[in-house]
Design a protein around this ligand. Structure first.
Ligand SMILES: Nc1ncnc2c1ncn2[C@@H]1O[C@H](COP(=O)(O)OP(=O)(O)OP(=O)(O)O)[C@@H](O)[C@H]1O
Ligand SMILES: [Mg+2]
Length: 170
């Protein structure tokens, strides 16, 4: 019988626009496996529908956890998962969490330049960053796991990856 075990999952979370996907691409270039949680949810239909006023999907978190579990069995020993809803990853899978942070004024500029969000949606995201919503979500979901914050304001994605790999001794 083939023995299957779950990999060590390292989460990368943070408010939209802080640079999670950029960090993920940099990790991929260095040969690491990275799963984009948003893409995974969309590609596998793990949502009930679309919340048009908020411009986001309504995630089927029970189905997400089931499908993710089956998927992770076939992944290498270390997997990075990035997404601003990382708190939905089951606690048992998670090794460590990195929360990417950004100065709200700089985040506003990044969102204006890279997204076609309404002013209202940009303001909502800036407020989420100021209120540390992603940090609080992972603290609630993973109270016994190590959580590290990394500031992306003056750090390139490559510099952030160096800090993550150093911290994880990878
Ligand atoms: N460390 C950084 N320094 C400067 N600009 C950055 C940095 N990281 C990302 N950016 C820029 O900010 C924008 C948003 O980056 P990215 O798409 O990686 O954010 P994200 O956290 O994945 O957002 P979302 O949650 O919406 O997927 C992009 O234009 C990207 O080039
Ligand atoms: Mg992204």
């Amino acid at each position: 019988m083939i023995e299957q075990s779950l990999p060590r999952v390292i989460l990368i979370t943070g408010t939209p626009g802080v640079g999670k996907t950029s960090v993920g691409l940099s990790l991929k270039k260095r040969g690491f496996t990275i799963l984009n949680l948003n893409d995974f949810i969309i590609n596998n239909g793990l949502y009930f529908g679309f919340d048009y006023p908020r411009g986001s999907v309504i995630i089927d978190d029970i189905k997400l956890q089931e499908i993710l579990f089956n998927e992770l069995l076939y992944y290498p020993k270390i997997v990075f998962i990035e997404g601003h809803t990382s708190e939905l990853v089951p606690n048992d899978f998670v090794d460590s969490i990195f929360v990417i942070r950004c100065n709200p004024g700089i985040l506003r500029e990044r969102l204006k330049l890279s997204r076609d969000y309404s002013n209202e949606k940009i303001a909502e995201n800036i407020q989420a960053e100021i209120m540390e919503e992603c940090l609080l979500s992972v603290k609630r979901a993973f109270p016994s796991k190590p959580i590290y914050e990394i500031d992306s304001t003056n750090n390139t994605p490559e510099m952030i990856v160096n800090k993550i790999l150093f911290r994880m001794q990878l």
